[in-house]
Write a protein that binds this ligand. Structure first.
Ligand code: SF4
Ligand code: SF4
Length: 421
């Protein structure tokens, strides 16, 4: 039996969203369809329902019915339960909030931000993919979407430090830099955690992890649960303030960077008292100041831009600065940088089990791009992209390798001889 939904709660949430700039976006769409071929889901599936503008239909309908002059004259139809049920898949499974469609839109409509706001209406209705909702709830209740509690974090970090013979400071009372982690790395790619520690130690950075604010991912934001989004941000901010951190470093995670760098101050209603840098930005700074020296790598490499770091984050140049002079046979894919194709798993889509077949189709775009440049290894700086692409790669039995940029850099560090040695 279908669950009862809170339709009025959803409509109220839609309308609250349209009190902001989103109303201008909804009014601005001229239905030209130019966004269609910019969306990887539409290109990969050929399904016209995957056209970006079409995904906005319920919020536009609610807006027209309650606010638009036609609605006030009784000439527009209300959004109904069937709309919410039908569009759930379009709003959650087929939008990674990658922002590529905005670059194609002649009106500059930021569909990703409308989708992020609209997801809150599904939550208000009591709808939304259960696995994504569960990831958000786990973050609030246990500390991370994968259930990495503070106790588990301390155990896991001790294990990684032991296994990789690297010092990983945790809960130091004062530090210049608070390093945060993605639970995808903590649980699935521990080498990435060890690599960050190795690099920060090598450069003499005064840093620590904190068991009070460690989880960089923000599934509250992705799921449309604004209260959880705020809670996750508050934990990091409180931890950073407690140790007097000047910089909070976000690990290889795209949306974690986007939320803390660009949305956190709005979520909290105050400025952040520290700088937020993605690990690639931080490492590029170290390289510029001569604190990272690397042995070159001759293998042909290409780079996958995580959408939230490059297109939406403005930090496409830092990864390339790290690779410059180090990756001697580096080749750019087409398109690349701010126009890259998404991995297919951002915006929480990675956590939605039923979306896997569509993610696999999207990955074929990336496989073709990598094969065109003749590389066997594609480097990235987002563990969520990496996980999405590793799963898709296994599905297609593709023989390419998806590597972490941080791990690659750590593996090629020139160890300075100890003084007096
Ligand atoms: S933000 Fe990205 S995934 Fe969402 S509709 Fe636009 S192009 Fe498609
Ligand atoms: S490109 Fe922009 S104006 Fe055209 S249909 Fe898409 S969202 Fe609307």
């Amino acid at each position: 039996m279908a669950t009862t939904i809170d339709l009025e709660g959803a409509v109220r949430t839609f309308l609250r969203q349209t009190e902001s700039h989103l109303a201008a976006y909804l009014e601005g769409c001229v239905h030209c369809g130019l966004c269609a071929d910019s969306c990887h889901f539409h290109v990969a599936s050929g399904d016209p329902r995957h056209t970006p503008a079409y995904k906005l239909f319920p919020i536009a309908k609610a807006y027209r019915h309650r606010k638009f002059p036609l609605g006030l004259l009784g000439l527009a139809r209300p959004v109904g339960e069937a709309d919410l049920r039908e569009w759930e898949e379009l709003l959650f499974d087929t939008c990674t909030m990658c922002g590529r469609c905005t670059m194609a839109c002649p009106m500059g409509i930021d569909i990703a931000s409308i989708v992020a706001g609209a997801r809150q209406a599904w939550v208000a209705a009591g709808l939304g993919p259960s696995d994504l909702m569960g990831s958000a709830d786990n973050s609030r209740d246990h500390g991370s979407p994968l259930g990495v509690s503070p106790e588990k974090l301390r155990d896991r970090v001790a294990w990684i430090a032991d296994e990789h013979e690297v010092n990983i400071p945790i809960d130091l009372p004062r530090a210049d830099v608070l390093l945060t982690l993605s639970s995808v790395e903590t649980m699935k790619y521990p080498d990435s955690v060890a690599s960050m520690a190795k690099l920060l130690n090598h450069a003499g950075v005064q840093w620590t992890l904190s068991s009070k604010g460690y989880e960089a991912t923000n599934f509250g934001y992705l799921a449309g649960k604004a209260d959880i989004a705020r809670t996750m941000v508050e934990r990091i901010v409180a931890a950073a303030e407690a140790i007097g951190a000047k910089t909070v470093v976000i690990p290889e995670c795209g949306h974690a960077y986007g939320v803390l760098r660009w949305s956190a101050a709005n979520l909290l209603g105050r400025e952040l008292p520290f700088e937020v840098l993605h690990i690639t930005e931080f490492l590029a700074q170290l390289k510029r100041s001569g604190r990272l020296r690397l042995t070159p790598i001759d293998e042909r490499l290409t780079y996958h831009d995580p959408c939230q770091i490059s297109r939406r984050g403005g930090a496409a140049g830092d990864a390339r600065e790290l690779l410059d002079g180090f990756a001697r046979d580096f080749r750019e894919m087409t398109p690349t940088g701010n126009e890259n194709w998404c991995c297919g798993g951002g915006g929480g889509v990675q956590a939605i089990g039923r979306a896997a077949p569509l993610r696999y189709k999207v990955f074929k775009l990336k496989m073709d791009q990598v094969e065109q440049v003749g590389a066997k290894t594609m480097v990235s700086a987002c563990s969520n992209c990496r996980l999405t692409m590793d799963e898709s790669k296994a599905h297609w039995k593709w023989d390419g390798r998806i590597a972490s940029l941080v791990e690659l850099v750590a593996e090629h560090l020139v160890e300075e001889p100890k003084a007096g040695a």
